[in-house]
Design a protein around this ligand. Structure first.
Ligand SMILES: [Zn+2]
Length: 482
């Protein structure tokens, strides 16, 4: 990029780092370079609200395209096409993609989108795609992280996995991706694989960002997911998660030092994380099995989990449940349209109330034409009760409008369940010690780190899609400078 082209914009997406956690890390000295940006370069932490679901596909669609409607979760059931929509290797999003982003003007139009969920109009991805990590939640996976992180704690070992241009980024990325697609695990023993993969991809992504900057792409967006993954495995405040932040900080430093008067840098997160307890902590019976118990003759399938109730051949119908941390969507899968609450109640009079009565479920939401229906503690709630419940977690009006928006999506579940809070932690429908997807705590409170002089105002941003005009505005203003 030459001076007459103006300044380019690099956006680094640090997945799962909430605004409070960022500020804590800055105070504790875990992110010294980021602190330097604030103290010496006039950067400031701008808080915003991700909206609900507080998950990456929803937030990133909002940031990149300005439109995240009909993205109800990390993964969801598309009734029209009868497909489980998910990202990463074996992504099925492409099968429904035609329904999304029509007429949008992506943040990275003609730029580079690296390790993002979506192509976002980019001219280049460097072959690095977003991965669905599918953190397994078992002890072995946790110990794998410990091994890899202790390895990287030794500065002599950090001599950049991919660094110094020794390996062609395209070659490495292609080999890596094709290994994954063939179901092969690249280059390491199975035990340390997921964790090492994560660190490897982090370095690969950074390498691609630096390359994209050298090649002068006007807007560059890159996703870094290692913090979110360690958070899921150990909880967001665990020392291992903080150790990852040091790597993130180092990456920010490397990218910042490559600006050389041609680029400006923004660092942001898409959602935060909170400490969670797996659903098994409150119930010996799995969530899906409880629901199968109230739907005789039905088969209830936890997507990416087990199936309960009637066998596939004899079942009267199927219910699919998609989990995203403390959020669960429940779909009567054979139907082509979302069920109205009155319809559901006529057919299954006690189902919604029963689910709302499960220890571990804090709130259930359904929709009746244009009205939102809320249930908790086994019964329907009046308006005041809903507000006082929500007020425990955030501004009740804002939370209500965020929930109402999610509830307006045709691709949301017929019933939507949210994990209850126990011992200060949210019940998580996946087997994770840190989670997000729902509301409560900092999971829906991410940040944008930007120069104060740019005058970004995120105080009224109540959903990631509202960040899009702010960032594209900044991109366009920088382009006119230089
Ligand atoms: Zn996550």
């Amino acid at each position: 990029m030459s001076a007459r082209d103006g300044l380019g914009l690099v956006v680094l997406h640090v997945d799962g780092l909430g605004a409070d956690s960022l500020e804590e890390a800055l105070r504790e000295g875990d992110m010294p370079f980021t602190k330097h940006l604030i103290e010496a370069e006039g950067y400031a932490v701008h808080r915003y609200r991700s909206g609900i679901p507080s998950t990456t596909p929803f937030a990133q669609a909002g940031i990149l395209y300005g439109d995240n409607s009909e993205i109800p979760s990390f993964r969801w059931w598309d009734r029209e096409q009868q497909v489980l929509v998910q990202f990463g290797p074996g992504s099925t999003f492409k099968r429904v993609a035609a329904k999304y982003f029509e007429g949008c003007r992506p943040l990275t139009q003609n730029g580079a989108a690296i390790a993002a969920c979506y192509p976002a109009g980019a001219a280049e991805t460097f072959g690095i795609a977003y991965q669905d990590r599918n953190y397994s939640g078992d002890e072995r996976s946790r110990s794998a992280w410990s091994i890899v992180l202790s390895y990287f704690a030794n500065p002599w070992n950090i001599a950049d996995l991919v660094g110094h241009g020794a390996i062609s980024i395209a070659h490495t990325a292609n080999a890596y991706v094709s290994d994954i697609l063939k179901g092969r695990r690249p280059a390491t023993s199975y035990a340390v694989n997921d964790a090492l993969e994560e660190i490897f991809v982090h370095h690969l992504t950074r390498h691609a960002v630096l390359k994209a900057m050298r090649e002068g792409y006007p807007a560059i967006y890159a996703g870094f997911y290692a913090f979110d993954e360690t958070g899921h495995a150990f909880g967001p405040d665990d020392p291992y998660a903080l150790q990852i932040l040091k790597h993130v900080d180092h990456t920010i430093k490397r990218v910042a030092s490559a600006r050389r008067g041609s680029y400006e840098l923004v660092v942001l997160s898409d959602h935060g994380q909170i400490d969670t307890l797996p659903f098994s902590h409150v119930s010996d019976t799995p969530f899906g099995q409880l629901i199968a118990g109230w739907l005789p003759g039905y088969r209830v399938r936890e997507m990416k989990g087990k199936a309960f109730g009637a066998g596939e051949e004899v079942a009267a119908g199927q219910v699919n449940i998609t989990h995203s941390g403390g959020l669960a969507h429940l779909y009567f899968a054979d139907r082509a349209r979302r069920m109205r609450y009155s319809e559901l109640k006529a057919q299954f009079p006690d189902l919604a109330a029963n689910i709302a009565g499960i220890d571990g479920v804090g709130l259930v939401m359904a929709r009746d034409d244009r009205a939102d229906v809320f249930l908790a503690d086994g019964r329907e709630l009046g308006g005041e009760a809903v507000r006082s419940l929500l007020a425990q977690h955030d501004d009740a009006d804002i939370l209500l409008s965020q929930l109402s928006r999610l509830n307006s999506f045709e691709r949301s579940g017929d019933l939507i369940a949210f994990g209850a809070f126990k011992e200060g932690k949210q019940i998580n429908f996946e087997n994770q010690l840190g989670g997000h997807g729902s509301f409560g705590g900092e999971q829906a409170h991410p940040f944008v780190l930007a120069k104060r002089e740019w005058g970004l105002d995120t105080s009224g941003v109540n959903g990631a899609h509202e960040l899009h005009p702010i960032l594209t505005g900044l991109r366009d203003r920088l382009r006119q400078r230089g």
